[in-house]
Design a protein around this ligand. Structure first.
Ligand code: E4P
Length: 216
């Protein structure tokens, strides 16, 4: 399973990248706004900085919702760097735009996926990735991981090439479950990635080893 970091924060991206386990980055308008990035030029510069830092796919989300403008925006985003993947929302014009991007050699990540039907449509349109939002499904009282399992089954049976990108990850357990269920990618906040490091027995064991090392 590939690891993406889900943030627009350059320091966090660098920290995850320095761990040597990072395969890419996802952003969204909320995450970019959090970093105070405003205006077309600043947005492009920020994506460029991320692309120069991480050697992997970088999802950059369109801000429009009609076919023609999504296509125009997506073309500009894709021109920033060859590693840019245009992130398109799961709406009717979004599906049309994904098909257009596919036909024109631009890779896409279909975002805001909450059902198998939506993922099937995106895969049929040729999306490179579909992003089911696990945490948000859990928040609404359903089991987000069930969707990952269902998508893995459908995509294998149908031989879809689209990669399943588990998104809206809230903790380390989400990452472990996504790996267990066969997600191709997991995009996570830095805190969830670092959460994988932790086990109390590791801390106790290391403290003991360091204590005993003094006797050596
Ligand atoms: C996916 O690419 C989104 O950026 C992200 O995972 C959304 O997660 P959230 O529910 O934590 O906002």
């Amino acid at each position: 399973m590939k690891f993406f970091i889900d943030t627009g924060n350059l320091a966090q991206i660098k920290e995850a990248n320095d761990l040597g386990i990072l395969d890419g980055v996802t952003t969204n308008p909320t995450l970019m706004a959090k970093e105070g990035i405003k205006g077309e030029e600043a947005i492009a510069q920020h994506y460029k900085a991320i692309c120069e830092m991480v050697d992997g796919d970088i999802s950059a989300e369109v801000l429009s919702t009609d076919f023609a403008t999504i296509v125009e925006e997506g073309k500009k985003l894709a021109a920033i760097h060859p590693n840019i993947v245009v992130k398109v929302p799961m709406i009717k014009d979004g599906v049309k735009a994904i098909k257009w991007f596919t036909d024109n050699g631009i890779r896409t990540n279909c975002t805001l996926i909450f059902s198998a039907g939506q993922a099937i449509l995106a895969a049929k349109a040729g999306a490179s990735y579909v992003s089911p939002f696990i945490g948000r499904i859990d928040d609404s009282g359903w089991d987000g991981m069930e969707l990952i399992g269902q998508l893995r089954h459908i995509f294998d049976v149908q031989n879809y090439k689209t990669e399943i990108l588990a998104a809206s990850i809230r903790n380390a357990l989400h990452i472990i479950k996504a790996a267990e269920l066969g997600a191709d990618v997991c995009t996570c906040p830095l805190s969830s990635i670092l959460g994988l490091l932790k086990h109390p027995l590791t801390d106790i064991g290391l403290a003991q080893f360091l204590e005993d090392a003094k006797k050596m």
